[in-house]
Design a protein around this ligand. Structure first.
Ligand code: ADP
Length: 465
């Protein structure tokens, strides 16, 4: 397998699709998690600063005045503020620092428009601490008493912890996403390879199979899934192909054999006749013999053609037709023959039996059956009976002739099958196979029941349309 072929395999494409899909989905997921997480963390820092500022303001205002002495001892009443690592600074209304606590107390934070004051004058600012290169978040809020600006409180906190958390999250995402994508791609490659193994073996078997060698099978254990069903269908298809191939081969062999017999007879006639000079009458006799052999040949070739056409279902042109009239016409054709053999004809066909069928082919079907009935009956009667059932018509052609042994019943519809080929009757063993192929082309059924020495009944059921 070349590199390009390997890349174009289904398993490779499937793994590639899985990887692409997962990369897109996981990157989207990672960005979403990171953005949400960083904004939530920033918001929680700001919330904490605001809360601490409120606590600080409460602690510094006393009776409407700022009560701040050196070192902000009042704020020690809220020790938790310092414990949290906060920096707190109290400024008067002019922006002059009155007192400060905490690690970043010396960081200069300007107050926007200190003279304006008012409630709106709050702000957040992020500064860089030059000493340890840490970002510090500062919150400035005015200290008001009866709408009078007393001063400002500034609360600051390092963002180091938050940035650390975000960095760890980013590292976790950057490691886990490629890992997950890699694992999923390998997993899907292995899974698809396993799933497709039977398809590979189907391909190899199909490559091995030739028309002469149709007995190869996959024999894949039926897993009741799509691939299992495909393998089972492939095997049954091969079964059908092999059977029909064998049937065709048998048919060709039988046909050649049957065609050879009259040809050999003709060659023999020629050879014998040419041995010496003959009288004109003898030559005439030879021509008569030739004529009957050619007739046999012609009949057989026509029968073979009919069978071949019937197999392809090409020779049927169904239309609405009156079966009653057709059966009565066929009976009329046979009347002289029956009379000459002194056989009775029992015709019991109701009026106006209408079916959808091909009259030429149906005539051929009944002629074949009646031909056999007359051929194999020396005394008694030949019956043609028909009756209509629910959406179908049943026709029975019966005789009181030699009958058919039980062991032969299953084969008489086979091509070239003749029960006793040495019987003096004419025929090539194709009549009943043609009859059957006509019935099948009409979506009907043909059955035979027979009693040796008592006669046979061929029953045909044809759908009404
Ligand atoms: P064939 O040309 O020999 O008649 P068919 O296919 O029509 O070929 O019939 C096959 C064989 O079935 C015949 O050779 C004959 O032995 C047997 N058969 C068919 N119809 C009858 C029947 N009505 N009575 C007895 N035997 C029959």
């Amino acid at each position: 397998m070349t590199m390009i072929q390997r890349f174009s395999t289904l398993r490779f494409r499937f793994a590639l699709w899985t990887a692409t899909f997962l990369i897109t989905a996981l990157i989207g997921f990672g960005v979403f998690v990171y953005v949400i997480m960083s904004s939530e963390l920033a918001r929680s820092v700001d919330d904490a600063l605001q809360l601490s500022a409120a606590q600080a303001i409460a602690a510094t205002v006393e009776d409407g005045y700022l009560s701040v002495s050196d070192g902000l001892p009042e704020l020690s009443t809220v020790p938790s503020l310092q414990d949290k690592g906060l920096t707190i600074r109290v400024l008067n209304a002019d922006g002059v620092t009155l007192g400060a606590l905490g690690a970043y107390r010396d960081l200069p934070v300007t107050i926007s428009n200190p003279s304006e004051g008012g409630e709106g004058n709050v702000s957040f600012i992020t500064l860089m601490d030059t000493d340890d290169a840490e970002p510090v978040r500062f919150y400035t809020a005015p200290i008001l008493s009866d709408n009078r600006l007393l001063g400002y409180v500034q609360v600051g906190q390092s963002l180091d912890l938050m940035n650390d958390t975000l960095e760890r999250l980013l590292t976790a995402l950057l490691i886990s996403i490629p890992l997950l994508v890699g694992l999923a791609s390998v997993g899907s490659y292995v899974l698809v390879t396993r799933t497709l193994t039977p398809i590979d073996s189907i391909t190899h078997t199909a490559e091995r199979i030739s028309a002469q060698d149709l007995h190869e099978r996959l024999n894949f254990p039926n897993t009741h899934d799509e691939v299992g069903r495909l393998a089972a269908t492939f095997d049954t298809m091969l079964d059908r192909l092999e059977r029909s191939f064998l049937r065709e081969r048998q048919f060709t062999a039988d046909a050649s054999h049957e065609l050879r017999t009259p040809l050999t007879a003709m060659q023999t006639i020629i050879a014998v006749t040419r041995e010496r000079r003959r009288t004109p009458e003898a030559y005439e006799q030879v021509l008569d013999d030739f004529n009957s052999e050619t007739k046999r040949l012609r009949q057989m070739v026509e029968d073979l053609l009919q069978l071949a056409r019937g197999d392809q279902g090409a020779d049927i042109a169904p239309k609405l037709m009156n079966l009653t009239l057709l059966l009565r016409d066929v009976a009329d054709v046979f009347a002289p023959l029956l009379e000459s053999k002194q056989l009775r004809l029992e015709l019991d066909v109701p009026d106006n039996l209408l079916i959808i069928g091909d009259s030429d082919n149906l005539v051929r079907l009944f002629i074949n059956l009646l031909d056999n009935a007359v051929k194999f009956t020396d005394e008694g009667e030949i019956g043609i009976r028909a009756c209509a059932a629910v959406r179908s018509v049943s026709i029975a052609i019966s005789d009181t002739g030699v009958g058919i042994a039980e062991g032969d019943l299953a084969q008489i519809f086979d091509r070239f099958y003749r029960i006793d080929s040495s019987r003096s009757t004419s025929g090539n063993g194709l009549g009943l196979s043609i009859a059957k192929s006509i019935v099948i082309a009409h979506h009907g059924q043909i059955e035979v029941s027979s009693c040796r020495g008592h006669g046979s009944v061929f029953t045909i059921i044809l759908p009404m349309g």
